[in-house]
Design a protein around this ligand. Sequence first.
Ligand code: PMP
Length: 453
Amino acid sequence: MTPHVIEPDPQAGAAVKAADRAHVFHSWSAQGLIDPLAVAGAEGSYFWDYDGNRYLDFTSGLVYTNIGYQHPKVVAAVQEQAGKLATFAPAFAIDVRSEAARLIAERTPGDLDKIFFTNGGAEAVENAVRMARLHTGRTKVLSAYRSYHGATSTAINLTGDPRRWASDTASAGVVHFWAPFLYRSPFYATTEAEESARALQHLEDTIAFEGPQTVAAIILETVPGTAGIMTPPPGYLAGVREICDRYGIVFVLDEVMAGFGRTGKWFAADHFDVVPDLLTFAKGVNSGYVPLGGVAISAEIAATFDKRPYPGGLTYSGHPLACAAAVATLNVMADEKVVEHAAHIGEHVLGPGLRELAERHPCVGEVRGLGVFWALDLVRNKETREPLVPYNAAGEANAPMAAFAAAAKKNGLWPFVNMNRTHAVPACTVSEAEAKEGLAALDAALAVADEHT
Ligand code: PMP
């Protein structure tokens, strides 16, 4: 894509920032300690500020702009829908809503053919859990420690990472377990086969001690995202499927981040030939141009609510503007072979490029990922695998990661940074040249992190 001509306007930028600081209360932040960048525009894989600095976005927003910023076909579809029917309540049949549901159902695995729409990922998780509880008549839900499922009440309880701590409530019926992660194995395993087998045994033991008759659902991110992009070892997800079948437990795969092309297939589940009972999605479904999420529901669970009402709904469920963006996005992804492109970039550019960086940089402990979904696990010491910063570090303790992020930005790359990891998660439409530009900027930033090994 031809780079957008950027007209610097620092004065306008200062005004935007002042208004933001006066009135916007930001997520996950100490309001007095943050200094948000004022963004003037975005296109494709890039965004830019009012001072004329352009950044290659290796975060895809919050890992959602799968087709990049300002795709003309999606922008036009939203504009057209706004002119035709800007809004209409969920209880009615609307052409663009049923078309979005049809296109999603066509792409989800197995018989996940009914779509319940939400406004985002957390609401999708909330509703998946409610469906599982009503379907089974049981209450407990098992989720993994290294996970993120959203910031609403049940979703944050299911979340395994430290963002849960401040919102933990005593008895939400949530039980955490360890999912496989060979590089930092909770099971002291040394091979993928061992890790998979021990993780499955641990899950079975957890179910046995909780009481199988009390467990409504097991929820897993197919490839955990925010917690570190840990591709599960062969056999693990199939094993979980088998355990769920054996105990009558609903298997929920959370594909809010991994879905819609991110891993180089439509859904990450397609890599493992596993079909869940419920699949949650959001983000990439319409690249976030208008908020949209949902639950894809199996025929069996949908049948539970055939004669009995489903007790849940949202005012903006299946909002026409969001659905128009989804229809346009899914058509663009098919027409422009975006999923195939993401697989190609992963296999031929990002994967090899990141592995090459790992060989040269003492701070890179492990590279893992697939498609346009990659993590670099940064360490002080490759032998001991001691993380570059302590778990959940803040302030001075987090200085090495902060220095890495600052160096990346100085080199024109906006990096995703979480604990001791950086994730390379550009748009699925990122070109080879852009991906290589990102690798060069990472190279420079990793050299700064190397100083802390
Ligand atoms: N599940 C997963 C796997 C996610 O990555 C996220 C968001 N990062 C969510 C759920 C929550 O989605 P939202 O922020 O749209 O509520």
